[in-house]
Ligand binder design. Structure first.
Ligand code: 4AD
Ligand code: MG
Length: 430
């Protein structure tokens, strides 16, 4: 028998096939029984006809509960009215397991309940759609960088030092030493560019952030390109191109999922290059006019990010931040040394920061000074300083948060739904 996946069903018109999946729903209508089966790639309607009420197939049908696992066999028919345009005439049901009473029903459940059942909630149509788009997003990102000749470098997760400031470090034991979970692969990629020119890493990153907002995860995924000889402008352009590529791919490949999520795709379709650019100075003034209490020198808080990204209808690039609110490695502006050549790309529709990046310090003396100013233990950064001794070049890069980007593209209210098993301030189960 021909085991096929529902997404491929249109290739099997009028053929006998086998579908392996779970009961999504069922209903009866006179002498017909309808069984909705999902197999992870789609949902297919199965029909059972029988002139007699006591047919064994009907009996099996009656026993099936929501989420029972089954293997069904039958002939595929074109059926315009069925979801997906095809149906299967069920001739045989092989019950793998009758599911116990399923906790997630079509009625409304509260978020705490759903989070507690995340392992099952994933099967729901909306959650499925978001994560389906996530796999396409990851594929698009890899294609983008691979297509431009970037080399994939896997950077370590267990590290001896901080990248993004010591307040959000996750500490762990490394035998007799201390280690930290990686906040970013950037510092390592500043080394790999010396060997490969242009690189990217793509992996999980960790922030012991005490923020309980709809934008923060404790464990999140980030893609980080780094390019030798590239300037701030070069890295902004790379970021724009990446975002546009991602949007185009998802609009093309995930029409169905975006429909399930009721996403207004027109707002995504109008995103074109170049994105508006604004300096921190200008942004701070604009925010004040809009009623924010943010003073010059303050970092953007979550409300300011939302305010900013509501001003524009496409993503906006904020540049030239005060040095004191940014990481130690950022290259100062030659004309205004109190500013750094950093960029944050803020999403439209209030979704906040998608990208953080900029140009890195390439001068040995300056970097030594910054490490001291930030009270970082020099010994742990000796290798990083080496990079400024042996053929140092200006270089730039950025990090794009996968879950932030996915929240925005799907227009999901809370970031917790954009990763299969979110790690949140008060949640590590399941
Ligand atoms: O701005 P961040 O902290 O930048 C860096 O880590 C740089 N080292 C990246 C680089 O230049 N290679 O983080 C980059 C992006 C943010 O713009 C945001 O999209 C995401 O990572 N991000 C988070 N996403 C979810 N939860 C959190 N707690 C996040 N913190 C940052
Ligand atoms: Mg940032």
């Amino acid at each position: 028998m021909n085991w096929v996946y529902i997404e491929d069903i249109s290739n099997f018109k009028d053929q006998e096939v086998e579908i392996r999946g779970w009961v999504y729903n069922k209903r009866s209508s006179g002498k017909i029984r309808f069984l909705l089966v999902r197999d992870g790639t789609g949902i297919l309607q199965g029909t059972i006809f029988s002139p007699k009420k006591d047919s064994p197939l009907f009996k099996q049908f009656d026993d099936l509960t929501q989420e029972s696992s089954i293997i069904i066999r039958g002939r595929v028919r074109e059926e315009k009215r069925a979801p997906g345009g095809h149906e299967i005439n069920i001739e045989e049901i092989n019950i793998v397991q009758i599911a116990q009473e399923y906790p997630i029903t079509p009625k409304e459940h509260g978020i705490p309940f759903l989070m507690e059942h995340r392992h099952l909630w994933l099967r729901s149509q909306k959650q499925h759609a978001v994560l389906q788009i996530r796999t396409e997003l990851v594929k698009a990102i890899r294609n983008f960088f691979d297509g431009r000749g970037f080399r994939l470098m896997d950077t370590p997760i267990l590290t001896p030092s901080a990248c993004e400031g010591t307040t959000t470090l996750f500490e762990t034991k490394y035998f007799d030493q201390k280690a930290y979970l990686s906040q970013s692969g950037q510092l390592y990629n500043e080394a790999t560019i010396g060997a490969f020119g242009k690189v990217y890493c793509f992996g999980p990153t960790f922030r012991a952030e005490k923020s309980k907002t709809r934008k923060h995860l404790i464990e999140f995924w980030m893609v980080e390109p780094e390019v030798a000889f590239a300037t701030l402008d070069d890295t902004i352009e790379l970021g724009e191109d990446l975002i546009i590529y991602i949007i185009e791919r998802i609009l093309e490949k995930n029409k169905n999922e975006l429909k399930i999520l009721e996403r207004d795709t027109k707002l995504l379709e109008r995103i074109k290059k170049p994105f508006p650019r604004i300096t921190y100075d200008e942004a701070q003034k604009k925010l004040k006019e809009k009623g924010s209490k943010m003073e010059w020198g303050d970092d953007f808080g979550s409300p300011e990010e939302t305010l900013m990204s509501n001003i524009y209808d496409i993503p906006v690039c904020v540049t030239h931040f005060p040095a004191k609110i940014k990481a130690f490695y950022m290259q100062p502006d030659s004309k205004r040394p109190d500013l750094v050549l950093g960029v944050d790309v803020l999403a439209s529709e209030g979704y906040g920061e998608l990208i953080g990046g900029g140009q890195r310090i390439h001068d040995l003396d300056l970097l030594e000074k910054k490490i001291k100013e930030h009270n970082l233990p020099r010994k742990a950064y000796e290798w990083y300083l080496d990079l400024r001794k042996y053929g140092s070049v200006p270089h730039s890069g950025f990090g794009l948060g996968i879950e932030r980007t996915l929240s925005w593209i799907c227009k999901i209210k809370h970031i917790r739904e954009t990763i299969p098993f979110p790690r949140l301030l008060y949640r590590i189960y399941p």
